[in-house]
Design a binder for this molecule. Sequence first.
Ligand SMILES: NC(=O)c1ccc[n+]([C@@H]2O[C@H](COP(=O)([O-])OP(=O)(O)OC[C@H]3O[C@@H](n4cnc5c(N)ncnc54)[C@H](OP(=O)(O)O)[C@@H]3O)[C@@H](O)[C@H]2O)c1
Length: 342
Amino acid sequence: MSIKVAVVGAAGYSGEELLRLLARHNEAEVKVITSRKYAGQPVSDVFPRFWGSDLKFTAPDVKTIAAECDAAFLALPHGLATEYAVPLLKAGVKVIDISADFRLRSTSKYQEYYGEAHPAPELLKLAVYGMPERYREQIKNADLIACPGCYPTSSILPAAPLLKGGLVSTEGIVVASMSGVTGAGRKVDLPYIFPECNESVKAYKPYGHRHLPEIEQEMAAAAGVDHEIAINFIPHLVPVNRGINSTILMNAAAGCSMEKIASAYEKAYGKEKFVRILPAGKCSDTKYVTMSNCCEIGYNYDPRTNKVILTSVIDNLTKGASGQALQCLNIMFGLEETSGLL
Ligand SMILES: NC(=O)c1ccc[n+]([C@@H]2O[C@H](COP(=O)([O-])OP(=O)(O)OC[C@H]3O[C@@H](n4cnc5c(N)ncnc54)[C@H](OP(=O)(O)O)[C@@H]3O)[C@@H](O)[C@H]2O)c1
């Protein structure tokens, strides 16, 4: 049996990455790829890497997707997913949204960070946060997946086992992240053109980035606290195409040790295929995860300051977006979780 899928927003970076991964998936067949700009054009005209493919872009049309597909990936700018998710879910199509629209469980946080009321609050109860290493059981039965953001993936995966194990405090957490330029999408925008961002490293939105409430939400859930937690999240733009590095500082709790950190990671990720824990004291490196669905995590402890120092790297377009989305599709349809991803 092959699962028939649509990629809505297939002409963007995460859409292209989905097509790259789906091309080597034996049990998923791409039926519909949408782009308003390239409607009617063969995919290989836009992305020559798909030379030989019969696929053509079409303008997004819910009826066509509902008639032809079992699942739809939404790789659209935030704020648009509801328009597709509502009718597709009604028609029995499973929806995997890569945008931010269904990630926050709190409508007031959505209003605060996105500047408008959530367009479909009833769907938030249905949405499952698409991080398989933490929500695999819920993903199995989900109809709507809210794929995590790229920065949140790179910070929640390393932090969660330590928060869950009480090895670190929920207070005073600092996440400093660096992202490659594809994180901003495939569009022409002055700060992201080559001469503007090459040979330069720059922090931006050191307070109030839209990924902040998502990281706080999932770190609080991992710690098992029923109150909000407040962290500092400082993103940086770095002149590489792909990749995120997050360095996370956390206050060690009494009794925390490198051995206990190692065993918390072994318990959480020992059997996981896409999380690699480095030997104690090593730091992760983006070049070992580029074009892969892996998150690589390093851990350190500084007894002088009592800080746990985590480093974590992912490819923003793979584990940070389309790879993780495909991992969710595999789980939802009972396929091998690694299909198309190894
Ligand atoms: N880039 C990353 O590293 C990354 C990581 C995690 C999550 N995400 C999220 O994934 C989503 C897509 O990101 P991206 O970087 O792939 O964006 P992108 O490169 O800008 O691509 C956006 C896609 O959406 C289509 N689109 C735009 N407006 C549309 C509309 N009104 N109706 C229908 N289609 C529309 C575009 O094609 P046409 O204009 O031709 O229709 C294009 O195919 C975003 O929500 C982003 O936040 C991105």
